[in-house]
Design a binder for this molecule. Structure first.
Ligand SMILES: [Zn+2]
Length: 234
């Protein structure tokens, strides 16, 4: 799958660049080799991207709003085929990852998430930073990512932990090109192996990712337990 750059044929310097090829159908350049992406990071349409997703999914659960106590929809995006860009390295991953504390996605996807999912960039007092937040469809209160990603009972992967969990729904985006993303990567195995997180469970009695053994290999089975809905074309 191709990764497009913001440059088009008006950017004459790009025409002679051996790392790039022109997609003549849309008059945009794409990278011949993803491993060279860092040389062109200023030309990728999402600032500070750390994920380049080939497969892209929208995950959806319902949760009880902490403020008005009514049921509301919450979403996140994830991938099971993407390139992870860290410091100076690029590696491919086929692990299923749900991205949290999302900072940026391309414009069309941003508008889709805002208009269709009430998932939009905003400020969170709790972490004193801005990211894409879910908002209650009844009262508008922000539903922070901590409870959707870190706290198993109300998380997107609750169905891996509890038989009576509300079903997870997912839809696949039918993207023709690679989607750059800026967000936080999960580290399921680190938490699963964490003695301090396990101790917290033993002292408090509250279940957490370590006590429920939420590992990467377990998360990789999530799609098979979820309900697939209609594909999304942007
Ligand atoms: Zn509410």
């Amino acid at each position: 799958m191709r990764l497009l750059l913001k440059a088009n044929t008006d950017d004459l310097n790009f025409l002679a660049n051996n790392d790039l090829e022109l997609d003549t159908n849309i008059n945009k350049f794409y990278l011949k080799n993803i491993n060279n992406v860092l040389k062109f990071k200023d030309w990728i349409p999402v600032n500070d991207f750390n994920v380049l997703a080939e497969n892209l999914y929208l995950f959806e659960i319902t949760r009880t709003c902490w403020k008005c106590h009514k049921e509301t929809k919450c979403v996140c995006i994830g991938s099971n085929s993407c390139f992870i860009v860290e410091d100076s390295s690029v590696r491919h991953s086929e692990d299923l990852m749900l991205f949290s504390y999302l900072k940026g996605v391309p414009g069309k996807l941003t508008r889709y998430l805002e208009h269709n999912c009430n998932y939009k960039f905003g400020y969170s007092k709790k972490i004193n930073d801005s990211y894409f937040l879910n908002h209650c469809s009844h009262c508008g209160a922000a539903q922070g990512d901590y409870y959707l990603h870190e706290y198993p009972e109300t998380s997107f992967y609750a169905s891996l932990c509890y038989n009576n969990a509300k079903p997870l729904k997912y839809a696949q985006f039918l993207n023709k090109y690679i989607v750059p993303i800026s967000g936080r990567l999960p580290c399921y195995d680190e938490v699963c192996n964490s003695i301090s997180v396990m101790l917290t469970h033993m002292l408090s009695g509250i279940e957490n990712r370590a006590s429920l053994e939420i590992s990467q290999s377990k998360v990789n089975t999530l799609l098979s337990k979820a309900q697939k809905t209609e594909d999304i074309v942007l």
